[in-house]
Design a protein around this ligand. Structure first.
Ligand code: TTP
Ligand code: MG
Ligand code: MG
Length: 409
């Protein structure tokens, strides 16, 4: 079966996260990293790239290239939090999501039914949702396999979408520089160039055996890629740790009262989603949580231990909401979510591990998670690696039960 793979990658990710809270920086050259000493640029925005500044460049050199460069320190806990939210959006469209780093992932949407299964429309929707809900742009590539999808996502950066349909693969590949191929770094590229091989078309003049003679097993890979073959599956690595529903509002809710009014419907939605997964609370959930994103995109989660059997109702979530509102009664709210953390991670097929570790602490008291509080993310719990605390969409089987979840209102 012809696969449909989407590769998503955020644009100047760390810088984008910083710019959303300080929009005045969007038009100015901005680099993220330590300003002093031997700091290097982790990333920079596109205005800074116009000066030739790049990731991994010494900050001192970046400053030479652009004396008015604005430099901000990294803020990893926030990037991790945005990353989790981004991954959760991906999971609304397929359970087959393979994160590669904080800001990117492969999705296999071959069996997704939303948008009549159009990977192009799904990619567009993902880009729209990430911009709307998270305030950053991502670029996406759509192709029949992983390596082409990854090249494609880079093709129209920033804020771009590039689609390589099966019937376009040949035309795309032939002139493609070999340096773009998966696994071809500077050394291999130089070797290939020495042999007069610059494009995939050049590469195709070589037999598999001849390439293997010169490049070992990697030669076979080069051969396959030049012919557009890449059967690597999208590998899911995230066990389910929680289930939640959330809503982004096109008009911010004006304050606490308006949030309370939304709780019953959200709790009902959560019950439905839990029900679809046969999670009825007969094994008590470990925690409840409520998440608010305020007008300025600051995101706050408060969770509490939950020892009772059965499904939590609106009254169980209400105190968590009140805590979040304790000192900010009138703040506008763009997103309201609630959910449960599961006692036993439900592990999907596939192997583990990845970007964050998670810790299950026995918590019977309320505690607030601020953007700077990363207790859940950085500690070790041998049995439960995962990506993301709020895993709202993890359990969507190809979007079949997407209704009501993460929707706009
Ligand atoms: P990338 O996706 O490679 O780069 P980017 O998102 O900043 O820019 P774009 O995708 O638009 O080209 O990396 C994601 C984040 O990873 C980046 O924002 C910062 C971090 N990073 C480093 O810390 N060091 C590095 O050398 C690179 C390349 C990235
Ligand atoms: Mg990126
Ligand atoms: Mg990336």
């Amino acid at each position: 079966m012809q696969r449909k793979i989407i590769h998503c990658d955020a644009d100047c990710f760390y810088a984008a996260v910083e710019m959303r809270s300080r929009p005045e920086l969007r038009e100015q050259p901005l680099a993220i990293g330590a300003a002093s000493g031997r700091g290097v640029v982790t990333t920079c925005n596109y205005p800074a790239r116009a000066y030739g500044i790049r990731s991994a460049m010494p900050m001192a050199e970046a400053r030479q290239r652009c004396p008015q460069l604005i430099i901000l320190p990294t803020n990893m806990t926030t990037y991790q939090s945005v990353s989790r939210d981004m991954q959760a959006i991906f999971h609304r469209f397929s359970p087959l999501v393979e994160p590669l780093s904080l800001d990117e992932a492969f999705l296999d949407v071959t069996k997704t039914t939303q948008f009549q299964g159009s990977a192009t429309l799904i990619a567009q929707e993902i880009r729209r949702l990430v911009a709307l809900e998270l305030g950053i742009t991502i670029s996406a590539g759509v192709a029949p396999n992983k390596f082409l999808a990854k090249i494609a996502s880079d093709w129209q950066k920033p804020d771009g979408l590039c689609v390589i349909r099966p019937d376009q693969v040949e035309a795309f590949l032939l002139p493609l520089p070999v340096a773009k191929l998966h696994g071809v770094g500077k050394v291999t590229a130089a070797k290939l160039h020495d042999l007069g091989i610059h494009t995939c078309s050049d590469l195709r003049q070589w037999s598999c055996a001849a390439l293997m003679e010169r490049f070992g097993r990697h030669g076979q890979r080069l051969y396959e890629l030049s012919w557009g073959q890449d059967e690597r599956p999208v590998v899911v690595s995230r066990p389910r740790k929680s289930m939640s529903v959330e809503r982004t509002f096109s008009h911010n809710l004006p304050g606490r009262g308006a949030c309370h009014e939304r709780l019953p419907a959200l709790a009902e939605e959560l019950h439905q989603r839990l029900g679809r997964k046969s999670l009825d609370g007969s094994t008590p959930f470990a925690k409840l949580f409520v998440k608010l994103r305020f007008a300025d995109f600051s995101t706050h989660t408060r969770e509490a231990g939950w020892q009772q059997a059965g499904l939590p109702g609106e009254a169980d979530f209400a105190p968590l909401l009140d805590y979040l509102y304790a000192e900010q009664e009138q703040r506008g709210v763009r997103l309201l979510g609630l959910g449960v953390r599961l006692s036993e991670p439900v592990r999907p097929a596939g192997q583990q591990l990845s970007l964050f570790n998670d810790q299950q602490q026995p918590l019977n008291h309320l505690r607030q998670r601020q953007p700077g509080d990363n207790a859940d993310d950085q500690s070790n719990h041998s049995a439960s690696h995962h990506i993301g605390g709020v895993v709202q969409s993890q359990d969507h089987p190809a979007g079949h039960d997407a209704e009501g979840e993460g929707q706009q209102d």
